[in-house]
Design a protein around this ligand. Structure first.
Ligand code: SPV
Ligand code: MG
Length: 526
């Protein structure tokens, strides 16, 4: 990965000779929008930042306020160069030394110092526009140039001679002194209606360093004019915040007039755009790559389509409702399953309903209905759940699983892993054969998953039981679902892909008989 310093990039832009198009911003959002639009550099504007804080642009914000904003903007758009508006340097030349140390370390490409007296007043406010003496300002420039460490870091001297009404002669006199003192570029600020002051200065004197203009009162003075006059950098210092103010005001007026926000939807950016600007895509990708402690993004599919008609002893309890609605100590089976999954960080849950789908307890899980539930198997239901780019945790509808077991499973990063119980009971369904001997009453389950030898009906020398929990990455889930016959059971389909199994001896409970139900009621709390 190459690392281009923003300061080197600004120097290269100046050396390339075309006009550096620079946008004012006071935060990363505004700066990123400008960068996305294609600007070459960012002006961390004191006027914008003051406005955003609701205070006058009059040295009210502190150096730390301006530094903090400049730092986050510089980090947010690097390596796009940021020019930090540093007003008058926040005090004397001694303050300027500390200022340069801080702003250079913040990653900005350049600082801009103006030759007004501290406290300054925004250049467009009539009245007290008092200039510092040339000697005092030259002292600040010398202090700044001596304080910088990176030779590419630039100090821009800004003369307010035209703003303060001292005229072109004074602007030239000051410009010459500042260039002699080592300024890397010269900002000639002007508030005339057509930039006449800047034009006259440049007609009479070529500074020999890049020239910067801020055409706020002369907006037609654009890139072409700059090019024609040999101006290096144009700063549109505040158009961003003015556009935002207009749009925000119009949006609130419209919402209050309508009493709802439906119609402004067409005129505002979707949330997706802002997630993009936040860097959410990179965040999610990084989490996927590096986050070993948390849960890899996983969605769950709960299989609740079946009628469980073969589980006769439960019939009086379910009374024609789906098993999901079965009350266990005051919470439905479905509610208990959803709670356990959420406790483990799995919040995107799809419930596949079928038999008496209308009786499914209310929840905020996504529900899809397998209308062919009577003639299809678990694979038909998984096909209804649809594919997903994340891992899929498949869970039978008739089991309760303790969060500890779910967490153990979710920590596995194998592409296809199932949970098997190594203490199968006489009425076990879904037999599995794992390597090794048949188990005695004591068993230490290995921490890491073990390859499965065989799974599915008729497996010889079965020594384990499939619990109904399977965790598949997107590729294996797709393979499983694509190749399966909708009538197939999950274990039959799983037999077709290479599997590893997490071996357990407890932590889950099936609900296939009244005896199981009694156990569940004894072992769960409200
Ligand atoms: C700023 O944007 O803060 C500036 C430019 O310094 S101006 O508002 O024109 O002074
Ligand atoms: Mg300013």
């Amino acid at each position: 990965m190459t690392h281009e310093s923003p300061a080197a990039r600004l120097r290269a832009l100046w050396a390339a000779g075309d006009v550096v198009r620079t946008a004012g911003a006071h935060d990363v959002l505004g700066a990123r929008l400008a960068v996305r639009a294609g600007v070459d550099a960012i002006w961390a504007s004191g006027f914008e930042l003051s406005t955003a804080h609701g205070v006058p642009d009059a040295s009210i914000l502190t150096m730390t306020d301006m530094w903090s904003a400049a730092q986050s903007i510089a980090h947010g758009v690097a390596p796009v160069p940021v020019i930090a508006d540093c007003d008058t340097g926040f005090g004397s030349s001694a303050n300027v030394i500390r200022m340069v140390q801080l702003f250079e370390a913040a990653g900005v490409a350049a600082v801009c110092l103006e030759d007004k007296q501290y406290p300054k007043l925004n250049s467009f406010i009539a009245g007290k526009q008092e200039l510092a003496s040339i000697a005092e300002f030259v002292g600040k420039l010398l202090a700044a140039k001596n304080a910088q460490r990176n030779p590419d870091f630039a100090v821009i001297a800004r003369t307010e001679a035209l703003i303060a009404g001292w005229g072109v002669d004074e602007a030239i006199r000051r410009g010459q002194a500042y260039v002699r003192a080592g300024a890397d570029a010269l900002l000639i600020h002007d508030k005339s209606p057509n930039g006449e002051g800047v034009r006259e200065v440049l007609a009479r004197w070529r500074p020999g360093v890049p020239v910067v203009v801020v055409p706020t009162t002369y907006p037609a003075f654009g890139v072409d004019t700059c090019r024609a006059l040999g101006i290096s950098t144009v700063i549109w210092a505040n158009q961003g915040i003015r556009a935002a103010a207009q749009a925000i005001e119009a949006t609130w007026e419209r919402i209050l007039r309508d009493g709802h926000a439906a119609d402004v939807e067409r005129t505002i950016v979707p949330m997706r755009t802002l997630f993009d600007l936040q860097g959410m895509t990179a965040h999610t990708a990084a989490e996927k790559t590096y986050d070993r402690a948390g849960v890899v993004p996983t969605r769950a599919v709960l299989l609740h389509a079946g009628s469980h008609a073969d589980e006769q002893t439960l019939a009086p309890l379910t009374a024609g409702a789906p098993l999901a609605a079965l009350d266990i100590n005051g919470a439905s089976l479905l509610e208990r399953q959803l709670t356990a999954l959420r406790q483990c960080g799995v919040t995107d849950i799809t419930v596949v309903a079928g038999f008496r789908a209308e009786g499914l307890p209310e929840s905020d899980a996504r529900v899809v209905v397998n209308t062919d539930w009577a003639s299809t198997g678990e694979m038909g239901s998984l096909q209804c759940a649809g594919r997903d780019d994340r891992r899929t945790l498949v869970c039978y509808g008739d089991i309760i699983v303790q969060p500890e077991l779910l967490r153990r499973l979710l920590r596995c990063d194998d592409p296809a892993v199932i949970v098997v119980d190594r203490t199968p009971s006489a009425d076990s369904r879904d037999p599995v054969r794992m390597p090794g001997e048949r188990n005695g009453p004591r068993f230490l389950s290995p921490e890491a998953p073990t390859p499965v030898e065989a799974i599915g009906e008729g497996v010889a020398r079965a020594n384990a039981e499939f619990t109904g929990l399977a965790l598949l990455d997107a590729e294996h889930f797709d393979r499983l679902v694509a190749s399966a016959n909708p009538r197939q059971s999950l274990p039959a389909a799983l037999a077709g892909i290479p599997l590893v199994a997490l071996e357990v001896t407890s932590g889950w409970l099936e609900l296939r008989s009244f005896a199981h139900y009694e156990t569940a009621c004894r072992q769960t709390v409200r």
